[in-house]
Each structure stands twice: as C-alpha cells, then as structure tokens.
Design a protein around this ligand. Sequence first.
Ligand code: FAD
Ligand code: SF4
Ligand code: SF4
Ligand code: SF4
Length: 369
Amino acid sequence: MGLTTINNEKVAIVGTPCHMIAASKMDKFSDILGESPIEIKIGLFCMENFSYSYMKKLLEENNVDIEDVKECRIEKNFLWFYLNEGKIFKIPIEKAKSCTRKNCNICMDFTSELSDISVGSVGSEEGWSTIIVRSNKGFELVKNAKNDEYIQTKPIEESGLKLIERLANKKKKENLSEIRKREMVGRPVIYRRQMPLTEYAEEVSNCQFKDLKSDVIDIGACVLCGACDLVCPEGVIRIEDRKPQIKGKCPEGCNLCYVTCPRTYIPNNIIDQESDKKPLGEYIKILSAKAPKLKGQDGGVATALLNYALSENLVDEVVVVDKSNSEAWKPVPKLTGNVADVINAAGTKYAACTIFTPLKELNKGNGGV
Ligand SMILES: Cc1cc2nc3c(=O)[nH]c(=O)nc-3n(C[C@H](O)[C@H](O)[C@H](O)COP(=O)(O)OP(=O)(O)OC[C@H]3O[C@@H](n4cnc5c(N)ncnc54)[C@H](O)[C@@H]3O)c2cc1C
Ligand code: SF4
Ligand code: SF4
Ligand code: SF4
C-alpha cells in the first residue's frame, strides 16, 4: 500500500516547479505515503501555464487550426506558433493572459527550486538550455552525462544569469501581490502558510478530500498534477472535467491526498518564506548546456539527461509528457523505459499535465490502485 512499488522501481520525472513541490512532499512524507519511487527530479523553468481548451479557442479566433502548429515557443514577450508551410502566428503574452491557468498567478517559483537539476530556456543562447544544478545527485548526473558526451556545457554569460534572476524576482513580486489580494477577499492561499513540521502535522491531521476540494480545487489553486490521484489508497479520485473529483468514501483517518498536494500547507522544512529572498533558490552551479545529438525545445538537455539516466540504469523508467494522438498539442503523461519514447516526447507542450498519474502503474498488485 502507498507509494512503495512492487519491485522497488526507481523513476526520473521531468516537470514544472509545482510538480517538483509535490514530488518533494512525497519524499519527505515517506513515513505515511510509503517510499517514493522518484529518484531524479528534473524541473523546468515556468513563468505560467495555459488552459488547453482556451488556447485552442484563442487560436481558432485568430483563424489558426491547432492541427497546423508544428512548434510553440515563448520568446521576447510573445507566444510564437510555427505553422505548416513556414507560416508563423505570434501573439503578445499579455493578450494570451486570458488563457493562463488561474493557479499560476499565485505561483512563486520560476526555476523549479526543489529539483535536482532545473532546465530552462532563458539565460542561454538559441539552441542551448540553461541548467541549474541543485543537489549532489544532480551534480553527479550532469558531470557523468557530460563525460559520456550526452551533453556539452559552457559557463553562462553574466547577462543571462541576471536575466533569469530578474524574471524570477518579477514572478515572485507580482504573484505575491496576487496572493495578498486573494487573502484579503477571503480566498486563502494555503500553500503560502508555511509552518514548523509539528504544527503542520496537527493542521492536516483531519483534512480529507472534501478539504482538498474547498481549500484548493474550488478556489482555482489546483495545478492538475495528479499527485492526489497517485497517493489515494482507496482509488476514489478521478481526474474528470479537468479537475480531481471523488467517486467513493474516504475512510476515517486518511489524509494522504491533502498531505501530498503541492497547493495545501507546506512545512517550512520543504519551503519557507525566506526563499522569497533568493530568486533562484539554493543551487550548486548554473551553466549553459546542449545535447549535440538531439533536437529539443531548447538544447534538448532534459531529454538527454533522462536518456542518460535510463541507459546507465540509474532509474528503471521515466515519466515524460508526450502529445496526444487524437488532440494536437494536448499533453499526455507517459511512463516509459524506452529511450525512443523519451526522444519523441521532447519539446514543450504549454498546458497542464497530470504527470503523477502514470506512476499508479508501478503500484498495481501492491494493494495500490
Ligand atoms: C508550461 C511550461 C512553461 C515554461 N515556461 C518557461 C519560461 O517561462 N522560461 C523558460 O526559460 N523556460 C520555460 N519552460 C521550459 C522550456 O520550455 C524547456 O522545457 C526547457 O528549456 C527544456 O528544454 P530542453 O530542450 O532541454 O528540453 P527537451 O529535451 O525538449 O525536453 C522537454 C521535456 O519537457 C517535458 N514537458 C513538455 N511539456 C510539459 C508539460 N506541460 N509539463 C511537464 N513537462 C513537460 C517533456 O516530457 C520533455 O521531457 C517552460 C516549460 C513548460 C512545460
Ligand atoms: S503553478 Fe503554473 S506557473 Fe507555477 S509551476 Fe505550475 S504550471 Fe508553472
Ligand atoms: S481516501 Fe479520501 S482522504 Fe484518503 S487519499 Fe483518498 S480521497 Fe484523500
Ligand atoms: S488537488 Fe490534486 S491534482 Fe490538484 S494540485 Fe492538488 S494534488 Fe495536484
């Protein structure tokens, strides 16, 4: 029962900063959740995310069929859509704000501060990614992947570093002001109410799905990560109509979905408000990097690091975000041990993705769901 997998499989995940918070909670609360299979966390930079259906509608209003989009990028304050026949449609980010997910307006993390390695676009020249190495595990992974020529690295330009810091500070400042506004009109932003672990344990002890619904889902704070679905021991959570719903009863004493959600209370040994003063969080070093043999969103580094982890058996499988076969650009999470799948999933899909849901596959036969 819980997160512990039948064969103790280990996985690497790639995802947005909010995904990294859920993964860190799984790690810290292994005493009640079971041992997390997540061995390596590759976090992406993320200023905002978009609603798939609103984005599709916005494109339609501008006579662009989403099926014609070959590549999507955010650059120089525009959202760029590269279309078939060399055509380009671009729209200022400000104009696309109507498609931004409301939960993103209270998000304080631009660079995935809780990952082993963060990967982003800004700060490095075209065709390269910026990487922030944060943990010893991340350091070893980057060092070994470089030695084995999966990636190449070079120092980041000072101007690039300043730009990342400026954007991270901007996100923290603007979203803190939104958090304050919501708090003032009685829409508490629970994940910002950090507290010591003992106080935290007391605060969440009686919280169940109904509280997750009122504190997170109904007030537009859900990031749609699927972590609640993964950890629920009763298998009663379904992600339907783009939100978690309950299809059964919660046994007394269970609070696992509430504990794991990245938008409920977070004890201050995971995040404390002092982190607002460090725009990029804690890190060991920042570099520019690229994977010479791969095409990715930027330097293909996320893909190369996942492939390296698989090839060297550092993990058994990885979770990537692929595109749906039936709906163009709709993100679909996939658990795979196959390098070709990882390469196919390269590139950014600008919409929320329930990356934790496929990890349920590892739990089947273990009393899990
Ligand atoms: C929603 C979103 C917003 C972003 N915003 C910024 C930004 O503002 N500034 C910036 O510098 N960088 C941003 N990025 C990161 C950037 O787009 C690249 O993902 C990053 O630079 C890595 O490039 P790469 O070539 O190394 O990755 P690749 O080798 O192309 O690999 C990309 C990986 O991202 C994963 N992925 C794709 N879509 C999603 C998704 N929706 N959710 C979770 N994982 C996904 C895929 O599984 C793939 O493994 C954002 C990424 C996302 C998903
Ligand atoms: S909440 Fe939104 S802005 Fe924050 S990390 Fe998640 S997707 Fe990105
Ligand atoms: S049983 Fe209920 S309280 Fe427990 S994890 Fe599932 S939905 Fe949440
Ligand atoms: S409610 Fe569930 S899907 Fe939404 S953010 Fe919390 S854990 Fe993720």
